[in-house]
Design a protein around this ligand. Structure first.
Ligand code: GRG
Length: 290
């Protein structure tokens, strides 16, 4: 499995490197590259590529979507690590972007990665129907904005050191992490002109996969090791983060995650062999050590 994830990540990195190379030079390019090209699993790209197989879309057809999503993901990590947010000095085993380049540069590099994501989709070499591009823009901006990642991050920060109930934690995690995964599963359905029912089905699946990913991230924070994870562990407790583990305990959270995983896989089973690789990916999410 990890071999497949690595292979997918290399291809996205090749695309991103070329895209950066074709940009006019600026002082922000170095921190932008630092945050996107060196390290990171690029699991969201793998989810896009493996979902695309269900829709018989070649990986070349979705590489721009992968690159755009990774830019937004990297942007969110840069901002997440800032002193005014989670104040983390280590990311992917290296100094966080603001530690390496300074705070203002990190903020601006993050902002530039967000806009670059839309530039990548807008690029004329991404040769798809303009109407489809507009739909992708709309969905991606919704997933990144106040109803998605940014809104979820707001909730995450405002829930620190508070007693938060189950449904509020799930809602926060679905926004903070689930929404970008939602886009990863929805985009291939949009690109293949699927009907609204299928688009809805893949949106929900993506959001569920994202929630599973976030729960696995919280489990790793508790039981993982710093070297593998690439950032300090046991952070959530120190910061008073509201997680399912805090509410339910480790064992019950793990059981909850395995139940959710089973439901996702049941839904994907109806696609037969075409969904095998995506199912492998979902199994990886919960078994991962990094
Ligand atoms: C509007 C995009 C945007 C951002 C501003 C800071 C912020 C609001 C949102 C942060 C959201 C966030 C950091 C969610 C955490 C998701 C998560 C589990 C990250 C770790 O992802 P991995 O494991 O990281 O895929 P790698 O290093 O492999 O890329």
């Amino acid at each position: 499995m990890t071999k497949n994830i690595k292979k997918n990540a290399i291809q996205v990195d090749i695309f991103l490197k070329k895209f950066f190379k074709n940009q006019k030079k600026s002082n922000l390019l170095a921190p932008m590259k630092y945050s996107t090209l060196f390290g990171g699993k690029k699991i969201r790209s793998s989810i896009i590529i493996e979902t695309s197989k269900i829709f018989k879309l070649d990986r070349k057809k979705v590489i721009q979507i992968c690159a755009a999503v990774e830019c937004i993901h990297s942007y969110s990590l840069i901002h997440d690590d800032l002193p005014c947010m989670d104040n983390d000095k280590l990311r992917r085993g290296k100094p966080s972007t603001h530690i390496k380049f300074g705070e203002s540069t990190a903020i601006l590099a993050g902002n530039s990665l967000l806009t670059l994501a839309f530039e990548i989709i807008a690029d004329k070499r991404f040769n798809i129907n303009p109407k489809t591009k507009v739909i992708l823009f709309k969905e991606l901006s919704e997933c990144a904005g106040h109803l998605g990642i940014a809104g979820g991050q707001f909730l995450d920060l405002s829930y620190e050191k508070r007693k938060v109930n189950f449904s509020n934690i799930i809602n926060m995690q679905k926004k903070k992490t689930g929404k970008l995964f939602q886009f990863c599963c929805l985009a291939p359905a949009i690109l293949s002109n699927s009907n609204n029912k299928i688009k809805k089905e893949f949106s929900i699946l993506g959001e569920e996969i994202g929630l599973l990913f976030q729960i696995a991230d919280d489990l790793l924070d508790l039981k993982g090791n710093k070297k593998n994870v690439g950032k300090p562990v046991n952070n959530d407790k120190k910061k008073g983060k509201s997680t399912l583990i805090k509410l339910l305990g480790y064992k019950e959270t793990l059981e909850f995650a395995f139940k959710r995983k089973k439901l996702i896989i049941q839904k994907l089973n109806k696609y037969g062999n075409k969904s095998n690789k995506l199912i492998d990916m979902i199994n990886f999410i919960l078994n991962r050590t990094y």
